[in-house]
Design a binder for this molecule. Structure first.
Ligand SMILES: Nc1nc2c(c(=O)[nH]1)N[C@H]1C(S)=C(S)[C@@H](COP(=O)(O)OP(=O)(O)OC[C@H]3O[C@@H](n4cnc5c(=O)[nH]c(N)nc54)[C@H](O)[C@@H]3O)O[C@H]1N2
Ligand SMILES: Nc1nc2c(c(=O)[nH]1)N[C@H]1C(S)=C(S)[C@@H](COP(=O)(O)OP(=O)(O)OC[C@H]3O[C@@H](n4cnc5c(=O)[nH]c(N)nc54)[C@H](O)[C@@H]3O)O[C@H]1N2
Ligand SMILES: [Mo]
Length: 695
C-alpha cells in the first residue's frame, strides 16, 4: 500500500517523492558507470494489465537499454522467429478459423482448462458435439480437451517433431499435398522436399508410440477436409520447440491451409491494418543487441528469462546490474528459482512494481505499490489483439478505490522518467488545452506542438500522461487515447463497417464508445468478400517461404534412430518425464496468492498414473519428493488416469508465501534455466526428467 525501501533486512515505508528520487539517482549512476547494457526491464505488464507496458518500455529505451525480458520469451518467441522466416514478419501469426472450419487438429493445447481462446469451453464443446466437425487432439495423456475429441493420438511426450516430419512425409509421398496452392503461394518447396522424401515415417511413428494407420488416416482427413491446425505450450515448451513451429508452417503450407477460409488465417487489428510489413527481425540487425554473456537475440525485441541469471552472474564488464520488475514474479514464474535467488542477490539495484508482496518483491531494494486491475483503467490482450472477421476491443474501468498510496503503474514509470529528465518541456498552452472539455481542441494543440518539436513525439506516452492524463485522472487512459489518434488509414474502412465514421474524428469516436461500454465493443470488421488473406503476408514476393537454411541441419537430427537413443539415454537416472505447469481450475499463473481461493481443493498435487503408483509402491495422498537436475520439492501425490504411465504433472503458480507461510510446491525449483531452445532460449517445461521418492 506504500512505497517501501529495504534497510538492513527489513522494509521501511518511505514517501513517494523519496522513492522516485532515490531510484532515479541510482539508476542513472549505474548506467553512467557501467553502460546501458547493465539495465533490464522484466515483465512490463501482467496478463490482463498491459497498458503500463508502453511507459515501462519507454523508460528502458530512454535509458539507452534494449534489455526487455518478458514471459513471451518463455513460450512464444520461437514461433515468432519461425513466423518471421516464413511469413516475413515476426508479428504475423496464423490462427485457426474456428467459425468456418470442419476439422481442428490440435497439438499440445488444452483449451478446456487453459481457456486459451475466447469462450473456450463453449466453443470447443459445441465443436466436438457437431457430427459434421472433427476434433483431433495430439496429447500424451487424456487431457480435458482430448476427452471430448473425435480422435486422440496419445503421443509419447517430446516426440512431436518426429510426428510432424512423418506426417509431412506421408502427405507428400501419397501425393495428398495441394500442388496448385504451393505453386501459387509457396516458395522453396522443392528445396525442402528431400527432407521428407526418404524419411522413414513408419519407424518415426513407432517411436512416437502411435498407430501408423491412424496417423495416416488423420493425414488423409486433414488434406481432404476444410481443416485448420493449432498448437500451444505442449509443443512450444518442449524439445525441438522452434523447429516444431517451423514444421507446423510446412505442414499447413503443403496442405494449402494458410490464408484460406476455414484454415489458418491472419487476425486483423485496427492498429496493424491488413498488411503489416514489419521488419522487426531484430536478431538480424547489428543495431539490436544480443545478451552479453549468452549471446541470445531479442525476438520481437523480447529477451528470454532463461538467460537472465547467467547475464547477472557473468564476469562481463557490461553484465546486468540493475533490474526493474513489474507485473511479473521471476522468483516463482521463471525457470530455476535457485539460480534466480543467487543472481538477484548480486544486483546493485532491484526495483519491483507490484500489487502484492511477492517473492521477487521481498528480495528487492525498493517495492513500489501499483493499483490493481480493479483500481485503474487497464486492458489486456483484448485491446489490440484483433480478430477475424470482427474486431473486438475492450477497456476496463476502475471499480474500487485503492486503500493506500497506490498509483497506476504507468504513472510510476512517468514519475521516474520525469525525474530522469526524459520528459520534454511542455508549454503552458498545451497544459491549458488539456484542461478543456473539448478533446479535439487538445488534439489540435498537440499537433501544433509536435510540428514545432518533432523530437517530442518519441516521448508521446509521457507527454500525454502529463497533460491529458491529469484531466482524465489516468495516464494509462491518456496513452490509449493517443494511440487511437494515430490509427493507420486502413483502419477507417474496418471501423466504418462496425458503424463508425471514418475521418479525423474516428479516434475520438472510438474512444468515447469504448468508455461507454466497459464490456467491450465490435470496433471493426473485415469485408470477407473482397479480403485476400495473402495481402497479410510480409515477404517481398508475397509468398510463404519454406526454405529456411537455419532449419536444414536441425530437421535432419529428427531421425527415429537418433531420437529414440536420445530419449532412452536419460531414462536410467530419471525414470519419469514431468510436465511442470499443469493448468487447471485452481491456478492462474502466480496470481492466486491467498490460499483461501483454493480452500478445500486438492490444488497443488503431482499427478501420477495408477500403474506407476503400483509399480513404485506409492499411494494416493502421500507426500513425495520430486528430484530433478535443478533441485527437489516435496508435494502431495495424486493418483489418477488423467496422466499416462511414466509421465507426472505438477502445476505452476504454487509455492507462494502468504502471510509468512508457504503454500504448495514451487514448480520452478525443479526447472533448469539452461534446459532451453537453441534459437529462442524458451524452456522445456513440458519435458523435464525427474525421479520420485517417498518423502
Ligand atoms: N487455469 C489456468 N489457465 C491458464 C493459465 C493458468 O495458469 N491456469 N495460464 C495461461 C497461460 S499464461 C498460458 S500461456 C496458457 C497455456 O495454455 P495451453 O497451451 O493450453 O497449455 P497447457 O495447459 O500446458 O496444455 C498443454 C497440453 O499439452 C500437453 N502436452 C504435454 N507434453 C506434450 C508433448 O510432448 N506433446 C504434445 N503434443 N502435447 C503435450 C499437455 O498434456 C497439455 O494437455 O494457459 C493460460 N490459461
Ligand atoms: N514451471 C513453469 N513455469 C512457468 C510456466 C509453466 O508452464 N511452468 N508458464 C509460464 C508462462 S506461459 C507464463 S505466461 C509465465 C507468467 O509469469 P509472470 O510473467 O511472472 O506473470 P504472472 O504470474 O501472471 O503475474 C505476475 C505478477 O503480476 C502481479 N500483478 C497482477 N496484477 C497487476 C497489476 O495490475 N500491476 C502490477 N504491477 N502487477 C500486477 C501479480 O501480483 C503477480 O505477482 O509463467 C511461466 N512460468
Ligand atoms: Mo503464458
Amino acid at each position: 500500500m506504500h512505497p517501501l525501501k529495504k534497510i538492513g533486512d527489513s522494509f521501511e515505508r518511505i514517501p513517494w517523492d523519496q522513492a522516485i528520487d532515490e531510484i532515479a539517482e541510482r539508476l542513472s549512476a549505474i548506467v553512467q558507470e557501467h553502460g546501458p547494457r547493465s539495465l533490464a526491464l522484466v515483465g512490463g505488464g501482467s496478463i490482463g494489465c498491459a497498458l503500463q507496458g508502453i511507459f515501462a518500455i519507454s523508460l528502458l529505451r530512454g535509458m539507452g537499454s534494449q534489455y526487455f525480458y518478458n514471459a513471451l520469451a518463455q513460450e512464444l518467441t520461437g514461433r515468432y522467429w519461425a513466423d518471421g522466416k516464413t511469413y516475413g514478419s515476426q508479428t504475423l501469426h496464423a490462427a485457426p478459423d474456428l467459425d468456418k472450419t470442419d476439422m481442428l487438429l490440435i497439438f499440445g493445447w488444452n483449451p478446456m482448462m487453459s481457456h486459451h481462446t475466447p469462450q473456450a469451453r463453449r466453443v470447443l464443446t459445441k465443436f466436438a458435439k457437431d457430427p459434421d466437425r472433427l476434433l483431433v487432439v495430439v496429447d500424451p495423456r487424456v487431457s480435458e480437451t482430448a476427452r471430448i475429441a473425435d480422435i486422440h493420438l496419445p503421443i509419447r511426450p517430446g516426440t512431436d517433431a518426429l510426428l510432424y516430419r512423418a506426417m509431412i512425409s506421408i502427405i507428400l509421398n501419397e501425393g495428398w499435398h495441394d500442388q496448385e496452392y504451393i505453386e501459387k503461394h509457396v516458395s522453396g518447396f522443392e528445396s525442402i522436399r528431400p527432407f521428407f522424401a526418404d524419411f522413414d515415417g513408419k519407424a518415426a511413428i513407432e517411436v512416437c508410440g502411435l498407430d501408423y494407420r491412424q496417423v495416416k488416416e488423420v493425414c488423409r482427413l486433414f488434406t481432404t477436409r476444410t481443416s485448420c491446425h493449432h498448437s500451444d505450450l505442449g509443443v512450444l515448451m518442449n524439445r525441438h520447440s522452434t523447429l516444431i513451429s517451423y514444421l507446423e508452417t510446412v505442414l499447413r503450407a503443403v496442405c494449402g491451409r494458410i490464408g484460406v477460409e476455414g484454415g489458418n488465417i491472419f487476425p486483423v487489428s485496427l492498429r496493424g491494418g491488413p498488411r503489416k510489413r514489419n521488419a522487426a527481425m531484430a536478431e538480424q540487425e547489428s543495431r539490436y543487441w544480443r545478451t552479453v554473456a549468452t549471446g541470445y537475440p531479442g525476438i520481437t525485441r523480447v529477451y528470454p528469462p532463461n538467460v537472465m541469471p547467467e547475464e547477472i552472474l557473468s564476469e562481463h564488464p557490461e553484465r546486468l546490474r540493475a533490474v526493474i520488475v513489474s507485473g511479473a514474479n521471476p522468483l516463482r514464474s521463471f525457470a530455476d528459482t535457485s539460480a534466480y535467488e543467487e543472481a538477484f542477490g548480486k544486483l546493485d539495484l532491484l526495483v519491483t512494481i507490484e500489487v502484492a508482496m511477492t517473492e521477487t518483491a521481498a528480495l528487492s531494494h525498493y517495492v513500489l505499490p501499483a493499483m490493481t486491475a480493479y483500481e485503474s483503467w487497464d486492458a489486456g490482450l483484448t485491446l489490440w489483439a484483433g480478430g477475424f472477421p470482427k474486431i473486438f476491443m475492450q477497456m476496463r474501468h476502475p471499480v474500487v478505490e485503492p486503500e493506500g498510496e497506490q498509483i497506476e503503474a504507468g504513472e510510476i514509470y512517468l514519475r521516474l522518467a520525469d525525474k530522469l529528465g526524459m520528459v520534454p518541456e511542455i508549454p503552458e498552452t498545451l497544459y491549458r488545452a488539456a484542461e478543456s472539455e473539448d478533446r479535439l481542441r487538445f488534439g489540435a494543440a498537440l499537433v501544433e506542438y509536435l510540428k514545432a518539436n518533432p523530437k517530442a513525439g518519441k516521448n508521446m506516452p509521457y507527454l500525454l500522461g502529463k497533460t491529458l492524463g491529469k484531466k482524465l485522472g489516468s495516464v494509462q487512459l491518456a496513452s490509449f487515447w493517443g494511440a487511437l489518434q494515430s490509427l493507420p488509414p486502413s483502419s477507417h474502412e474496418l471501423a466504418e463497417r462496425a458503424g463508425f465514421h471514418p475521418g479525423p474524428g474516428l479516434g475520438e469516436e472510438i474512444f468515447q464508445t469504448i468508455l461507454e461500454h466497459p464490456e467491450g465493443i465490435w470496433v471493426g470488421e473485415v469485408d470477407t468478400r473482397s479480403w485476400d488473406h495473402f495481402q497479410a503476408l510480409a515477404t517481398e514476393d508475397g509468398l510463404i517461404h519454406l526454405d529456411v537454411p537455419e532449419m536444414a541441419e536441425w530437421i535432419q537430427e529428427i531421425d527415429p534412430v537418433k531420437e529414440s537413443e536420445r530419449l532412452e539415454l536419460e531414462e536410467e537416472e530419471y525414470p519419469f518425464i514431468m510436465s511442470s505447469g499443469r493448468h487447471m481450475d485452481y491456478n492462474a499463473n502466480t496470481q492466486m496468492r491467498d490460499p483461501a481461493w483454493n480452500k478445500g481443493k486438492r490444488a497443488c498435487t503431482a499427478i501420477m498414473h495408477p500403474a506407476d503408483a503400483e509399480k513404485w509402491g506409492f499411494e494416493d495422498g502421500q507426500m513425495v519428493k520430486v528430484i530433478t537436475e535443478a533441485g527437489q520439492e516435496t508435494i502431495e501425490l495424486q493418483v489418477t488416469n488423467g496422466t499416462r504411465p511414466g509421465y507426472i504433472m505438477i502445476p505452476h503458480g504454487f509455492g507462494l508465501i502468504f502471510q509468512g507461510k508457504t503454500y504448495g510446491a514451487n514448480a520452478n525449483r525443479l526447472t533448469k534455466n539452461t534446459h532451453r531452445d537453441r534459437i529462442a532460449g524458451t524452456p522445456y517445461h513440458r519435458y523435464i526428467r525427474c525421479s520420485v521418492k517417498a518423502a
